[in-house]
Unconditional design. Structure first.
Length: 130
């Protein structure tokens, strides 16, 4: 029982060490992702407001054919486009780092499962040994 217990302990130690590395990396990527996604959220919210205002003035222009509405439609459409570009830029970064976060979180979870499985076997055999 003692030899089996030592083998399980060694195996669980390897899996737990690998799991620790993957989990630490995932924490870094997820933190970076969180920052980019928060920034993206702000830019996309502002873009949404400008695009909504633009839509109102462009619709009024289409119905009433007024020059002032045309100017306001163009002005707010410019702001809509400008902030939409920022939204897209930061959304891309958010998605890129979220992918890395998810990839490393998956590895963290996979190896943590193996760590827990072998730790359980070690504990079970240790009880039998003692």
């Amino acid at each position: 029982f003692c030899a089996i217990s030592v083998v399980f302990c060694a195996i669980s130690g390897v899996y737990c060490a690998i799991s620790g590395v993957f989990c630490a990396i995932s924490v870094v990527f997820c933190a970076i992702s969180g920052v980019f996604c928060a920034i993206s959220g702000v830019y996309c919210a502002i873009s949404g407001v400008f695009c909504a205002i633009s839509g109102v003035f462009c619709a009024i222009r289409g119905v009433f054919l007024c020059d002032k509405c045309s100017f306001l439609c163009n002005k707010w459409s410019f702001l809509c486009n400008k902030w939409s570009l920022l939204c897209n830029k930061w959304s891309f970064l958010c998605n890129k780092w979220s992918f890395l976060c998810n990839k490393w979180s998956f590895l963290c979870n996979k190896w943590s499962f193996l760590c827990n499985k072998w730790s359980f076997l070690y504990n079970k055999w240790s009880l039998l040994y003692n």
